[in-house]
Ligand binder design. Structure first.
Ligand SMILES: [Zn+2]
Length: 128
């Protein structure tokens, strides 16, 4: 750092905006992401991600309901929630539920197809 007179013409570094930590009152640079004193997160982007709470009972009920209707929705929601620590367990549950639901649909399709063909061969068999 060069020796500069604080009363001289403003230089870019002295123009840096200052903000105060709402948690401990510590002075911090405007572009600071967290308070160096107490660890408070200033960033509006990182804050909701880090502080995201687990889904409530109602949210979870709606998510499970949505997954049962559209398994792909549960798989997507489950995969997205893996980046949020508080929702990881719930996300894995949704992922598993979505995959099981998807498999049930697949098995039903297979049973239907097998059933269709067995009925079809039953009716067509006498003609061979
Ligand atoms: Zn602080």
């Amino acid at each position: 750092m060069s020796i500069e007179n604080p009363d001289s013409t403003p230089n870019p570094s002295s123009n840096k905006q200052i903000k105060y930590c709402p948690n401990c009152g510590n002075q911090a640079l405007a572009q600071a992401v967290i308070c160096v004193k107490c660890g408070y997160s200033f960033s509006e982007f990182y804050k909701p991600l880090a502080n995201k709470s687990a889904w409530s009972g109602l949210s979870m009920f709606l998510l499970i309901f949505g997954t049962l209707l559209i398994p792909f929705f549960g798989i997507i929601m489950g995969a997205v929630s893996l980046s949020t620590p508080a929702r990881r367990t719930q996300g894995i549950s949704l992922l598993v539920l979505g995959i099981i639901r998807e498999l049930i649909i697949l098995i039903m399709i297979v049973i239907f197809v097998i059933g269709f063909f067995s009925v079809n061969t039953y009716y067509t068999y006498p003609y061979f």
